[in-house]
Write a protein that binds this ligand. Structure first.
Ligand code: NAD
Length: 362
């Protein structure tokens, strides 16, 4: 008969070399993050992957085994989420989640915790650490953390959101933000895992949720500076300036920021140096839809904190409006520059209306 995990925990304290990884969510970001773990597995490590879309797991396993056959015997896909508990001989040391929303994270973690509670503890039973790299709201993340700690105190759930986009995930250069007081508070094993997937690790504070707080604060800045950049380049255009020359000037002046320089919305501004989304019709890059998601999360968390934001309402208005159009929603956020030109010439009354709305609200 199965014993309750909660009543008879018997964690091994012996040091061991083997590390079992689980990865849940093999989408745009997750497939690359999981690939880096796979390629850098130590000879005794194992990686188990799961996605609700079975084809995503199948493709991941097939392409990575083909591309990197040396580790093929260490990579497994599971068909059901709870197989990560029931079919894996030793418990997973780490489970990384990279799924769209807080409700998905909560569903995955609670299903796994409930499954763990049903298994017979053995001397090999090691605690599991959940790492959530999805961008979700802080409150939901805190609730999941409390739930995990309540159900199995030896387990942990850490917010480890990332910055760097799909390109950073592909190259393995992501920045991780996590709720730890300092680098000394990050265990060597956890650091090893994070460094497999990313280049920069930022401990953001000891209490749970500080990683997400940093991520949302940064992405709020990105969302609003992107609006200001579109405004600034359209203003320069209305003055008759050469926009490529203006882009160069901004890159060494006080208006310098990621949206103006690294993601400059002027096609051909940096022809010899790099190809930007603006050069290919604003395809790829960081989509308007995802920017809106992060802006809404940031401003909603600010509201709950009674933290007024100068540009919260204005930003939400414009990103909501942009996302009414599939063409804008699914293209890089630099497309706001092009879109603003359209609004100026054809719908100037609408623009005035918004300015008034923002003024009244303020
Ligand atoms: P995506 O939609 O491409 O991938 C999500 C994957 O999760 C899909 O394959 C989906 O089938 C799977 N999934 C959904 N629910 C699941 C569940 N319950 N169990 C298992 N798998 C499930 O999304 P993405 O772009 O990879 O983003 C993932 C997360 O990372 C989001 O929270 C996003 O905001 C954040 N993020 C994205 C970027 C980016 O540039 N795309 C950058 C930083 C952070």
């Amino acid at each position: 008969m199965l014993r309750s995990f909660g009543l008879a925990r018997n964690f091994s304290t012996s040091s061991r070399v083997l590390v079992n990884y689980g990865f849940v969510g093999l989408g745009q970001m997750g497939q690359h993050m999981a690939r880096h773990i796979y390629e850098k597995l130590e000879p005794v490590d194992k990686l188990f992957v799961y996605d609700t879309v079975g084809a995503a797991s199948d493709t991941f396993v097939r392409t990575n085994k083909d591309a990197f056959p040396d580790h093929a015997h260490q990579l497994f896909k599971v068909d059901q989420l709870t197989d990560l508990v029931s079919t894996v001989e030793e418990p997973l040391d780490y489970v990384v989640t990279m799924v769209p929303e807080g409700s998905h994270v909560s569903g995955v973690v609670s299903a796994l915790v409930e499954a763990y509670k049903q298994v017979t503890p053995s001397k090999n039973f090691h605690p599991t650490v959940f790492l959530d790299s999805s961008t979700i709201d802080i409150q939901t993340s805190r609730e999941i953390h409390e739930y995990v700690k309540q159900q199995v105190p030896e387990f942990d759930f850490i917010d480890t959101p990332v910055s760097g986009g799909v390109a950073g995930a592909r190259k393995g250069t992501l920045s991780f933000m996590l709720s730890r007081g300092s680098m000394d508070d990050i265990s060597p094993k956890l650091l090893t895992l994070l460094k497999k997937m990313g280049a920069n690790i930022f401990p953001c504070g000891a209490s749970h949720g500080t990683g997400l707080a940093a991520k949302l604060s940064n992405n709020y800045l990105l969302a609003v500076t992107n609006l200001a950049v579109a405004d600034s380049f359209q203003l320069a255009k209305s003055f008759g300036l050469d926009l490529k020359a203006y882009a160069k000037l901004v890159s060494v002046s006080t208006g310098k920021c990621w949206a103006a320089v690294d993601n400059c919305p002027i096609p051909g501004a940096y022809p010899s140096e790099k190809q930007l989304p603006a050069d290919i019709g604003y395809e790829g890059g960081f989509t308007t839809k995802l920017t809106r998601k992060d802006l809404v999360l940031a401003t909603s968390c600010a509201e709950k904190n009674n933290r007024p934001l100068f540009l919260g309402d204005v930003g939400r208005f414009w990103y909501n409006k942009a996302c009414e159009s599939e063409k804008l929603a699914n293209r890089d956020l630099g497309v706001f520059y092009e879109w603003l030109e359209d609004i100026d010439t054809k719908k100037s009354d609408e623009k005035v209306g918004v300015t008034e709305k923002a003024t009244v609200k303020a």
